[in-house]
Structures are given as C-alpha cells and as structure tokens.
Design a protein around this ligand. Sequence first.
Ligand SMILES: [Zn+2]
Length: 300
Amino acid sequence: MDHNALINLPDEMLHLTLCNGQARVLLCRTTNLTRKCANIHQPSSVALAAVSRLMTGTLMLSTMMKEEDSSVTVTVAGGGPAGKITCVGRHNQIKATLQNPQHEMPLKKDGHLDVGGYVGNEGRLTVIKDIGLKEPYIGQSNLVSGEIGEDFAQYFTVSEQKPSLVAVGALVHEGFCLSSGGVLVQPLPGCTEEVLEQLELRSMFFTAISREVAEAPLDELYSGWFDGLDPVLLSKDPLEYKCDCSREKMEKALISLGRAEFSRLIEEDGEVELTCHFCRSAQHFDKEELTALLERATRA
Ligand SMILES: [Zn+2]
C-alpha cells in the first residue's frame, strides 16, 4: 500500500453489530487527535500514551451516548506519578488534561512504555455521564493495572454490568504519536455461547491495536477480523480534539469565586489571566473588565 496514504488515514469511530445484533463493536483510530493533544500539553512519551488510551476509551463512551447535550468525563487516578488524568468527550469531540504531563518513566523490560507504572493501580477510574438531567450518572471501578484498556474493561463489567473486551493502544516515539486507536467488543443480551467463543478467539487479532490501525483502513480491519460473523456497519463518524472553552465560561468561573474573593482579587492583583486546562489558551481580564464583571454579577 502507498505509504503516503497511510499517514493520512483519518480519525474516525465505527459502530458495528455482529451476528444479527448479538454483539456490538466499536472501532476507532485516534492518531491525529492524539497529536493535537501532544502539541497542546507537550507530554512525555509515557504520558502521551496514557492520555491517548484514555481519550480513546472516553470516545467509545461518548459516541455511545445518544442524547443531544450529553457529555462524559472520565478521570483516572491511580496513585502513580501521573496524578490525575481527565478526558471529556462530547459525542465525537474530545479534550484532555494531565496533572503531570512531563514526567518520564524508564521503559519496561519488554521495551514498552510503562503506562501502568505512570498511572499507578491503586485507585479508580471514574465516569461521569451528563445527559442534561439534574443529576449526572456517576460510575466507578477499581483500577486493574493502570494500563487503561483493562481498566475500561473492568469498568464496563463492574459498573455497567456489560462485560466487554477492550483494547486501546498508542504507538509513541519520543513524544510523537505514530498511531493510536482502540476496539471494544460487547456481547449483547441473547448472545449465544458459540458467538461468545468466536469473539474470544477473534480478540487475538487486536492485541496490537495501535499497529493494526496504522496499517489499514478500519473497514478493511473489521471485515477481516469478524469474517463469518456478519459485521454490519451502523455508523462512521470523524473524531477530533476540540475544546469548548470561551471567554463567557471563564467569566462564569470568576463570578463563581463569590463577591468577597472576587473583590479581593481585583484589589490585590488588578488583572488576571486564566489559562484553560484543556487547550492552554489564555484569556486576559484587566481591572476595568473585572470591575464591570463584578458589578454585573452583583446586579444579577
Ligand atoms: Zn480550552
């Protein structure tokens, strides 16, 4: 295959069913959005691999949510040097923030990046699903390894009672993402033992998911992996890294400080610059603007 064509393979999420609805499959490539995340946060290789896997898993959750105004926030905190990593997915858009993006880790004995060591495994994966109701849905599961894929699988099994095969991977070299992506296979109610067995067998195809999605179009991949299981493509959507922050949201954050704290800020600092944790863009407010904002908030 033409090498240049491979480099331009798009980020996308495919939703499929197998065996007449006995199982669902999500398959995605997240290479370009991982590169954008790297440009913003300048992470170490291990941090980039970790956040890439977490973004991939989060996009699986967010693209399963059908409500128009829905979003999902996934946080992993495993007691490792990473601290906390948080991703927010809105349908096919993702953004992420890392507490300790520059931390480096020695490679594992097998030469792989030590994502599990960076994240740690003494903690939880937390999923907050907001579908526009008063109370969001909050699900949690204990981390298995901090390698993210197994941790998502554990979340689906324990918190959603939907045992799933999950593979997420990122091929990262010197802080650059060569390729990343993931696959989720979830048996649905009525799935027969034979189909389950087949799904287990086929899971061997995607143990090196980041390499797989680097080398072939996703349609080609699933047709091969699930040959004989009648794969039907339900949807194919582009994915992107996109922040939805705005000056208005930052104004709200300032107002939420409360009148006393806000006044003190104006008195003592005179001006503020707020930087978004997800896209690193900054908004500057001078004294005049802050005073006007405080007045407006007090009147409201
Ligand atoms: Zn932002």
